[in-house]
Structure formats: structure tokens, C-alpha cells
Design a protein around this ligand. Structure first.
Ligand code: ADP
Length: 520
């Protein structure tokens, strides 16, 4: 099968075997089928378009938002004797004109472009005048409004494809796409269902862990000091927090850098270079850091705050262990941080439908912090892999605290929600369960319910947390929107009927902060 592709893999890239998915994708492209390839980070997506590009007549256009990676890729291709170039805002005008002329003269096999380039009519005309046999779209989730990194300029790709004659073959590639985003990409690019190649999202060498109820600075410092020799990234939600954490670590004599959009381009480049060349071992950064960072030996990624959704989390955490070595992805989880992300969604200029979608995604992120099931499995389910097994090595799989039976408490919550006709959110439900004297409760007549005050010996905080746990484990389903209503799921029907039990890991007492009555 594909002897020429196999030979190129060996002669140009020095690899003897294709990785999972690569061969299937290359075969489809060579058969002229528009294809969507979903491979985990580090899975080897580049080869999937570089090899067909060499085998096809004419030019291959690679659309990528990762400006810093373009140069590396082009340099590597040129070294192996594959004529290629890139066009983006980082090159001078003279250089640009020279490259455009060379493209027109057919001197390159691969041309990398940033998506914004497709908004330039003269560039489109240039492409129309040459033979473009193949268009590869990297980070293809950027084309979807429902993705975590929608870029309007990606929509121009479709226009480009429509203009070119004969129509080029199209390959869309991504490492992070929920089933919704996958079908959105397929619809927009008209990829047939049988031409979607999914090799799975699993990154076997990553250990996931959620740390809660601890002093975050203390945990961070302790972890970093124990891993002094290793490279790691610490993500924080705001520039101010990045500055603070950076200062905190630097004052303790650690080799640490920082990166956020408030620094000048020169400062950012300098920090990035120092990190890449191991001059500093820790980078404290906002999510501005990372797109296009190809540092393979990052041993840990710690999130000091929760990111806005699971796609962003997996992409950022996934910057650990690109070399395949065992690496850690740790989330320091404090439920109150959700407010920062909610606020950012609320303040954004997205339309209502997108905001609702973002809130729903944020809730899935928060549920990751609350779940007591396998973390890797949770992630893979999120990306549509229903049958993912437990990983056996994440923080939850290796949590050996005793399981306690909380079925009765779960039944209390579920039956209360049912009696409130599944029309209220967490705060109201908690108030009813704890027997609050709130006027609103009385006006709805909820103080007459048999479940009113059924958990009055617990604090509201503990009940709230228990409801979060039930949501994370799929016993409750929040509706969309900023103030979700909690609904009963099929799974909780079994709990109410008494045919399924609910277990929770025994709560540990954190110093003296948590009172007895807060323990479930
Ligand atoms: P992605 O874009 O999917 O994150 P890359 O295309 O950058 O991944 O590939 C990740 C690494 O795997 C690169 O160092 C690449 O050279 C290597 N690689 C790709 N294909 C193979 C293969 N068939 N065998 C071994 N290594 C491979």
C-alpha cells in the first residue's frame, strides 16, 4: 500500500513506519477525497499533508494560524530538499513580493499561509492563476463557531476552495474538536462521514490530577521545588496573577519567566526563547502563551485557575510531554474561580447563542474539577470517545480514600429537585434542602415540601458542593444559559428507584477549616 508514500516517509523524514491514522489519511488524499483528520497533539499531523504534497502535481497550500511554527516547518522541509515557503505578516514587503513571484513561477511544492492572507483579493487571484492541487487546513477547529478558538478568517478558506479550478483536495486537521465541532467542520467543508479519520485523543503519557482544598501557592512552590530540574508551564487566568505568581516564584530563587499580552513583543519573544533553550525552566503565563510552542520536554503543566472550557484545558495541558515521556497535568481547582470565566463570557461581544454555548462548556470544565471518576476518561468522553477505559494512573484512579455510600443523600437531593418540578438552579435547591427562611421559598410554597430542610444539619456550602458532585457524575443535567436549571437524568432515575447506589470518596478534613457537619 502506498509504496511511494512509505518510501518518502523513510527517505525524507527518516521514519520506518506510519503512525496510527497517517496512512489512512494519506490514502484518502491520494484518492482525491476531502478528509477530516483528528489526531492528538504530537500524533504527526504534518506528515499527513507533507507527503501527499510531494506526490501531487502543482502546489499545496497549508493554512495555519501558527506563525511561529511556519518558519520551523519550512526550514525543515527545505533541509530535506522540498521547496517550500511561507507568507505571513512577519516578512517584509520586498520579501513577500519575491516569494509571491516564485509561487507564481511554480518554484514551491508547499506554501504555508496565515488565514488572514485569504482576505487579500490579489493573493486569491494569484492562487487562481496557478495549479493548487491540495489545501491542508491546520487547527481546523478554528473554522467552527462552536470551537474554542473561532477565527472568522478561516471562513475564507471555503471561498478559496470554491474559486480554484480544478477543485483542490482538502484536508482539515485538528487535535481538539468535540463531536459538535467535528460535524461543523465536516458540514462547512463538505467532508463525507466515511472520510473522517479519528485516531483518538488519548495521550497515554499524561497524568491528570485535580488538586482542591489546598493553599495554591504552597502547593505550587512545593511541586516546583521538588521538580527543579524539569521544565514546566504554570497557566493563570489574568495578567495580574501571572505577574504575582512570577514574582512569588522568582523571590524564592527559581529560574522563572513570564508571558502575557501586556508585555511588548520583544519581551515576549525573549521570554519564549529563554524557555525554549532551557535558560529558564518555568514559564508563568496566560493563555496567550503556547500557540505554536514546540518545546517537547515540558514535564508538567499546572493550571492555577480553571480555563474556560475543556478544549482549552486539553490543548494547554497537552503542551506537556510532546516527546512522549511521562508528564503531569495538574489543575488547582477552586470552584469560586468559575466567576472569572463567567464574567469574561458575559462581557464578551458574542451573541446570545454563543454565550449559552460557552456557559455550557464552562460547566463541563467545572464538572471536571468535581468529578471523582477517571480524569482521562472524562476528557475522552468530552471529545466523543464513549468507550474510553479508565486510565488507572490519574489522580482520581489512584485516589485510595475509602468509598462511602451517599445514596440516601443523593435521593434527598434528587427527590427535592423533582418536587420543585425541575425548574430551579443550584442556589434555590440548596436553600430548600437546608430549610432556608428566604422569602422566595415561601412564595413558591416550597416550605411545605417534605424535602424542605431535609438537610438542615449541613451547611449550604456542603450541599452546593454535593450538588456539583452529582452534576459532575451525570446525575443532574444543567440546562444552557448563565443561570442553569438542574434536571434529573436517566441515571438518577435508577438512584431514586433504589436500583443504583451512589458512592463518594471519603472527604478528608483539611486542617481545621472544614467542620464536621460539612463532611458527607
Ligand atoms: P502534531 O502536528 O500532530 O502535533 P507533528 O506533525 O508536529 O505533530 O509531529 C510530532 C512529532 O512526531 C514530530 O517530531 C514528527 O517528526 C514525529 N513523527 C511524525 N510521524 C512520525 C512517524 N511515522 N514515526 C515517528 N515519528 C513521527
Amino acid at each position: 500500500m502506498l509504496p511511494k508514500a512509505q518510501e518518502l516517509l523513510q527517505s525524507k523524514f527518516g521514519y520506518s513506519q506510519f503512525r496510527q491514522g497517517q496512512e489512512a489519511i494519506i490514502q484518502k488524499i491520494m484518492d482525491g477525497k476531502d478528509t477530516l483528520g483528528i489526531m492528538p497533539t504530537g500524533g504527526g499531523k504534518s506528515v499527513c499533508y507533507q507527503i501527499p504534497a510531494m506526490l501531487m502535481r502543482g502546489v499545496t497550500i497549508v493554512v495555519s494560524p501558527l506563525i511561529s511554527l511556519m518558519k520551523d516547518q519550512v526550514d525543515a522541509l527545505e533541509k530535506t530538499g522540498i521547496p517550500s515557503t511561507y507568507i505571513n505578516s512577519a516578512i517584509s514587503n520586498d520579501e513577500m513580493q519575491e516569494r509571491l513571484a516564485s509561487i507564481y513561477n511554480g518554484e514551491y511544492k508547499l506554501v504555508y499561509i496565515a488565514p488572514e492572507r485569504l482576505e487579500t483579493p490579489s493573493f486569491l487571484r494569484l492562487l487562481e492563476g496557478i495549479y493548487v492541487s491540495f489545501v491542508a487546513i491546520d487547527e481546523a477547529h478554528c473554522i467552527s463557531q462552536w470551537g474554542h478558538d473561532f477565527r472568522p478568517s478561516y471562513l475564507h478558506i471555503k471561498k478559496l476552495i470554491g474559486h480554484l479550478r480544478p477543485k483542490p483536495t482538502v484536508l482539515a486537521l485538528t487535535a481538539t474538536a468535540t463531536p459538535q465541532v467535528q460535524s461543523d467542520i465536516s458540514d462547512l467543508l463538505e467532508v463525507h462521514e466515511e472520510d473522517v479519520v479519528v485516531t483518538g485523543f488519548e495521550r497515554k503519557n499524561l497524568h491528570f490530577q485535580v488538586v482542591k482544598g489546598q493553599d495554591r501557592d504552597h502547593f505550587l512552590l512545593d511541586y516546583i521545588e521538588k521538580n527543579r530540574e524539569q521544565a514546566g508551564i504554570v497557566y493563570a487566568a489574568t495578567r495580574k496573577e501571572v505577574d504575582r505568581i512570577h514574582h512569588f516564584l522568582e523571590a524564592r530563587g527559581l529560574r522563572v519567566g513570564k508571558y502575557h499580552a501586556g508585555l511588548s513583543e520583544q519581551q515576549r519573544n525573549q521570554q519564549q526563547e529563554r524557555f525554549l533553550y532551557d535558560d529558564i525552566s518555568i514559564m508563568v503565563a496566560t493563555n496567550a502563551f503556547g500557540m505554536g510552542i514546540n518545546k517537547s520536554n515540558v514535564r508538567y503543566v499546572i493550571h492555577y485557575h480553571i480555563p474556560r472550557n475543556m478544549e482549552a484545558y486539553y490543548q494547554e495541558a497537552g503542551r506537556a510531554g510532546r516527546d512522549g515521556e511521562e508528564s503531569a497535568c495538574i489543575l488547582l481547582f477552586a470552584p469560586q474561580d468559575t466567576h472569572i470565566q463567567s464574567f469574561l463570557i458575559d462581557q464578551s461581544d458574542m451573541d446570545e447563542a454563543r454565550k449559552e454555548n460557552e456557559y455550557a462548556k464552562l460547566r463541563k470544565m467545572v464538572a471536571y474539577g468535581h468529578t471523582e471518576s477517571c480524569l482521562q476518561q472524562y476528557i475522552l468522553h468530552y471529545f466523543g470517545e464513549e468507550n474510553a477505559p479508565e486510565c488507572g494512573k490519574c489522580g482520581n484512579c489512584t485516589d485510595d480514600r475509602a468509598q462511602i455510600d451517599v445514596t440516601v443523600e443523593a435521593q434527598m437531593v434528587l427527590s427535592c429537585i423533582r418536587r420543585m418540578n425541575e425548574r430551579f438552579g443550584k442556589t434555590m435547591i440548596t436553600k430548600v434542602l437546608t430549610g432556608s427562611g428566604d422569602k422566595k421559598i415561601k412564595s413558591f410554597g416550597f416550605d411545605k415540601l417534605t424535602t424542605y430542610g431535609i438537610m438542615k444539619e449541613k451547611t449550604q456550602k456542603a450541599v452546593n458542593e454535593f450538588i456539583d458532585f452529582l452534576t459532575a457524575e451525570g446525575y443532574l443535567r444543567p440546562t444552557d444559559g448563565a443561570y442553569p436549571v438542574l434536571m434529573i437524568t436517566e441515571k438518577s432515575g435508577d438512584v431514586l428507584r433504589g436500583t443504583e447506589k451512589v458512592y463518594r470518596k471519603e472527604r478528608v478534613r483539611i486542617a481545621q477549616i472544614v467542620k464536621d457537619d460539612e463532611l458527607f
